[in-house]
Design a protein around this ligand. Sequence first.
Ligand code: FES
Length: 214
Amino acid sequence: MSRKQTYEGRELRVHFDAGRCIHARECVLGLPGVFRPEDRPWVHPDDASAEEMTAVIRTCPSGALTYERVDGHPGESAPAVNRARLWEHGPVEIRGDLKVEGQDAGTRAVLCRCGRSKNKPWCDNSHREMGFKATGEPKAPEKPTELAERGGPLSLTPLKDGPLQVIGNLEVITGSGRTLDCSSETYLCRCGGSAKKPYCDGSHAKLNFKADGD
Ligand code: FES
């Protein structure tokens, strides 16, 4: 059975990709009358205004929920600034005009950095079971580098048994929003073993990291 579902409304078409959902619960807490996990179907797009729906869907960090406007209004656009936010002892949330392994991946994604997800490159909450430790607040430089351009396409490529290559303008920020670094090419640790998290320091080779499983 497909893990992708579509829910048709008068103003919105809502898409749900269960394979990317990490149960952040922004939807059920934001609009409990619309997102009703105990019901089938569980999404009721006409039970709130399009503006309420789109505002809540855009808070879904994983990009499991997306929408199309079918009423002629513009759809979701990429943010003006591409950002990767570190979650405390957890994954990295990336927002931008995303391509993952060459495929369009929307504007929101939560990607594994503990090395244990069974759904790489996406997070599947395995970091909780393993007790992954990685601060969301690494020391930030007093004057981070700045980019002339802060948006544009972002290409995310998990390198074989190695880091996540990010090509495109990106600001890496701490959980509280301090800027760590800005660059147009960076390599984020996804094995969980780097001493310089969130960046790769080559430890994946020493750890014999196998992205496809233990
Ligand atoms: S991917 Fe973790 S150190 Fe390189």
